[in-house]
Design a protein around this ligand. Structure first.
Ligand SMILES: [Zn+2]
Ligand SMILES: [Zn+2]
Length: 220
C-alpha cells in the first residue's frame, strides 16, 4: 500500500509541487517528472481540504493556533496532501441542545456540517466541527451519552469537543481520530493500544498518553 501510493505520487510529483499539497509535495520535492508538465494529470495520492468549523465560544484564534500541530501530525501519520482552513465561528445549532444535560447532540451538528459544499478549491472537503461545550449521542445503551467526538464513517463531517479532555491543546488528537473514521472509514484500534490515536475512548479515554498510530492503524 505504502509503496503503491509512493510510486503513483512520485510519478505525479510535478503536479503535487504545483498544487502545494504539503505532505505530497514535500515528500517528492526533489523528484520532478517534467513529462507530466503538459498533460497536467491529477495527483492520485489522497488529499483533502480540511475545513475547521469553530462552534459557540470556540474562537477563530483558538482554532488557528491548532494549525501548526495539525499540519505536522496529519502529514506525519497520513500519507497525502492536507490543506487546512479555519471557517468563521458560528453558534451551535439550537436544535442540538439537550437542556437537562447541558449538552449538544453531535448527530445534529454533523447534519448541519453536511450542508456545506462537498468541494472546496476543487478538492474534496472534510469538515471538522470544534466545540468547548459537551457533546453527546445515544450509545452504550444510554441516551445523550457524553462523548469527545463523532463522525460519519465513512463521510466528510466530524465534530469534536475538548470538554472531556484535561489538556485542551491536545484536541488535535481527537480531530485526527475522527478524520480517520470519516475520510478512510477507519475503525477503532484492533489492539486497543492506549498509545494509539485510534483507541476507542468510550467517553473518557486518556488522550494525554496517545502519541502514535500503531502498526495496525497506520495510514502511511
Ligand atoms: Zn491502533
Ligand atoms: Zn472513534
Amino acid at each position: 500500500m505504502k509503496l503503491k501510493h509512493f510510486l503513483v505520487c512520485a510519478s505525479m510529483a510535478f503536479f503535487c509541487v504545483l498544487s502545494a499539497l504539503t505532505s505530497c509535495g514535500s515528500r517528492n520535492s526533489d523528484e520532478k517528472n517534467t513529462a507530466e508538465e503538459d498533460s497536467v494529470p491529477m495527483c492520485s495520492c489522497p488529499h483533502a481540504v480540511i475545513c475547521i468549523q469553530p462552534y459557540g465560544n470556540y474562537t477563530k484564534q483558538e482554532a488557528s493556533r491548532l494549525l501548526p500541530v495539525l499540519e505536522e501530525n496529519f502529514g506525519k501519520w497520513m500519507y497525502g496532501g492536507w490543506q487546512f482552513k479555519v471557517l468563521e465561528p458560528k453558534p451551535l445549532p439550537e436544535e442540538a441542545y439537550v437542556k437537562e444535560r447541558d449538552r449538544y447532540r453531535a448527530g445534529a451538528i454533523l447534519q448541519e456540517l453536511s450542508k456545506n459544499p462537498k468541494k472546496v478549491d476543487g478538492l474534496n472537503a472534510v469538515y471538522i466541527g470544534l466545540a468547548h461545550k459537551d457533546i453527546c449521542t445515544d450509545i452504550h445503551n444510554a441516551k445523550n451519552y457524553g462523548i469527545m467526538g463523532l463522525s460519519y464513517c465513512p463521510g466528510n463531517v466530524c465534530v469534536v469537543s475538548d470538554h472531556r479532555i484535561k489538556t485542551k491543546s491536545m484536541v488535535w488528537k481527537l480531530m485526527l481520530h475522527e478524520f480517520i473514521h470519516a475520510f478512510y472509514g477507519g475503525k477503532h484500534c484492533p489492539n486497543d493500544n492506549p498509545k494509539c490515536f485510534m483507541k476507542d475512548a468510550k467517553g473518557k479515554g486518556n488522550i494525554e498518553v496517545q502519541d502514535r498510530l500503531c502498526d495496525s492503524c497506520n495510514r502511511q
